[in-house]
Design a protein around this ligand. Structure first.
Ligand code: DC
Length: 230
């Protein structure tokens, strides 16, 4: 896999709200690499499944072929990838409550992990990629040149999520409720049987609780700058 690469792969994994996607996007922009948001693929698969009308109680019996038939794909852009379902670009639908509340369930199925593997690896075939998710450094790109594991305190992650949703001054109650939702997502992602969330071997641990966004980005870019050319 490595021989065909024209540059490194950088992986960013971590729990919900640790700042992976925004950090990965900024790191990719700084390096002139593409950004792959693997969470968006699991969301697209969930969206496609909901649209197809397969009742949720039948999801566990789905095969990889069933999921491949939903035709989730990606198309490279200048800075990343558009996510498509049956040839149609999907965007805002992926962040809807309908998808968000069900995606962890779908992501825990072996068939969904298998279905998206080739697509993710193809996106990194030529390197020059910053991929974020839960299993980028551990399963999908185990030979990535730079692996990062981002963490942050639960309440800080809850505050960030609320800020993203437009809640500028959250109350303690808002933070407590959001912390509960995130903790439940973490539990789901860490305890599942297939590709559970864990710190990849040889990854750099970065705690973003008290780190400015700019410093987070800089510290990852400097790890890439320090790589010795092949
Ligand atoms: O990062 P996100 O919130 O968009 O992720 C959506 C869901 O997909 C979340 O439950 C974790 C799961 N996911 C995963 O299992 N593996 C990945 N590589 C990326 C996301």
């Amino acid at each position: 896999m490595k021989e065909e690469r024209r540059g490194p792969i950088v992986t960013l994994d971590g729990p919900a709200g640790s700042g992976k996607s925004s950090t990965a996007k900024a790191v990719a922009a700084r390096l002139g690499f593409r950004h792959l948001d693997s969470g968006a693929l699991y969301r697209a698969l969930t969206f496609a499944l909901l649209e197809s009308g397969v009742p949720e109680e039948r999801w566990t019996g789905l095969t990889e072929a069933d999921l491949l038939a939903l035709e989730v794909s990606v198309e490279p852009t200048e800075t990343g990838f558009d996510v498509l379902v049956a040839g149609r670009a999907v965007g805002d639908e992926l962040r809807s409550q309908r998808v968000t509340s069900r995606v962890a369930r779908l992501a825990s199925l072996r068939a969904s992990r298998a279905c998206l593997m080739a697509l993710q690896r193809a996106a990194g075939a030529h390197g020059r990629l910053v991929a974020d998710g839960r299993d980028m450094g551990s399963v999908v790109f185990p030979d990535a040149e730079v692996k990062v594991y981002l963490v942050a305190d639960l309440t800080e992650r809850a505050r960030r999520r609320l800020r993203d949703e437009g809640v500028r001054v959250p109350t303690d109650r808002d933070v407590a409720a959001q912390s509960g939702v995130i903790a439940e997502r973490d539990r789901h992602d860490s305890e599942r049987e297939f590709s559970p969330l864990r710190k990849p071997e040889a990854s750099h641990l970065i705690d973003t609780t008290r780190l400015s966004f700019e410093n987070q980005v800089k510290s990852i870019v400097s790890l890439v700058d320090r790589l010795t050319p092949p």
